[in-house]
Design a protein around this ligand. Structure first.
Ligand code: FEO
Length: 173
């Protein structure tokens, strides 16, 4: 059984993961509007990943005999100055998510809740990848600068991204 504190914190994280999906879907709409369908594709898949993250926590709570209570969610920002501005905000957002996951891990360790710690291990690794992906795109967009050719090439590259169900939802770990 999860402690009351842990249940509340994980419930909150479910809401936050869904918010990440909401944010990235808004960003996908921004890219569609900029006629950058590859970037929009990348963002839509990122939004799907975030919903999956929420579902991993959601399922975990049920497995431990608890019930998630979903919280309120504000609308995400819809205006961005440029693709670089947008991806800098993605990176900053992922850094906040990482600190939240680390905080959950601190709680699990303090409570000697080893099952929750084991579940969080996946998220700790996932956040390394999430930050690396955002950071790489920030770097590429800085290199491209105002060059529309580079942006066009990167858009083509991002159009190839496909959704892969995260392993904890695909029956693995
Ligand atoms: Fe759910 Fe982007 O981390």
């Amino acid at each position: 059984m999860l402690s009351e504190n842990m249940l509340a914190a994980i419930s909150d994280q479910v809401t936050k993961e869904f918010y990440s999906g909401y944010l990235y879907l808004q960003m996908a709409a921004w890219f569609e509007n900029q006629t950058l369908p590859g970037f929009a594709n990348w963002m839509k898949i990122q939004a799907q990943e975030e919903i999956s993250h929420g579902m991993i926590f959601f399922n975990y709570v049920a497995e431990r005999g608890g019930m998630v209570e979903l919280g309120d969610m504000e609308g995400p920002p819809a205006d961005y100055a440029s693709p670089l501005d947008l991806f800098e905000k993605v990176l900053a957002h992922e850094e906040v998510v990482t600190s939240r996951i680390n905080h959950l891990m601190d709680m699990a360790i303090a409570e000697k809740d080893y099952a929750t710690k084991a579940r969080l291990d996946w998220f700790i690794t996932e956040q390394v990848e999430e930050e690396a992906n955002a950071s790489e795109l920030v770097g590429k967009l800085k290199l491209i600068g105002n060059g529309s050719n580079g942006l066009f090439m990167l858009d083509k590259e991002l159009a190839a991204r496909v959704f892969v169900t995260p392993s904890p939802l695909a029956g693995g770990e």
